[in-house]
Ligand binder design. Sequence first.
Ligand code: ADP
Ligand code: MG
Length: 282
Amino acid sequence: AIPLVVARSTSLGASRGLLVKNREALELATKADVMILDKTGTLTTGEFKVLNAETLSKIYSTDEVLALMVGIEGGSSHPIAQSIVGYAENKRVKPINFDSIDVVSGAGVEGETNGHRYELISQKAFGQKIEFDVPKGATVSYLVEEGKVIGAVALGDELKATSKELMNVLKSQGIKPIMATGDNEKAAKGVAEELGIEYRANQSPQDKYDLVESLKNEGKTVIMVGDGVNDAPSLALADVGVAIGAGTQVALDSADVILTQSDPGDIESFIELANKTTRKMR
Ligand code: ADP
Ligand code: MG
């Protein structure tokens, strides 16, 4: 049976947008050494704005490239997909229909139309440096046709209001924050510097998992916070997995704690709750 003190505290927690699925998470959280945080949708709003979308091809116009981008994003529920769709609608660009689309977790989307293979993916996933004027701190994805880049889109995202304060709270509690993101080096560096924390850029879902594993192997107690499919493996492996917001079902299933309001400030409440209940139990 769940000790009454925990039961009461967890339901208290629930009223603040905090759902504790696994009560052991409360005790482990009081011993935490490191907190790994995803960037997009976790520390930032994930409400991207398209800053710039253009052709990098002599054959296709920018509108044609955009039509391919919206078409292929039809298969994705990533926040980037929504912003590209909105941007194209504004420009009255109609999507090109795709015959098949697959999501590449933590990298982008790929699909086929007109007998050609297309990808809309991160710089890291593409693997080559491309001449494209990237606005400071922007997230960039490339449109690739049969292995050749034909377009690029740069998107801007903003920090959530409570992200910075959370970093100060963590540091005062002796919990070291590290941001781990699938995004490019420049975008990651911009956000990490604003928050004054360490970071790892270009992280695949496997890289995030490996990071949690290596810290655990060093004997550290690790809290992982994330929102996406790409975070699910590391959420499950961490001592405490915290899923933030509406996120994705897989992330919710893999987590011990769910923050229903998408608010990093609720991580502070969770740590407080953990400290209170664990003290009472002893
Ligand atoms: P994070 O780890 O910060 O949550 P993601 O793993 O969601 O970031 O995405 C990593 C990178 O992959 C993004 O910065 C973007 O460049 C690219 N990407 C992911 N999904 C999409 C998509 N649907 N369309 C275009 N690019 C995408
Ligand atoms: Mg994310």
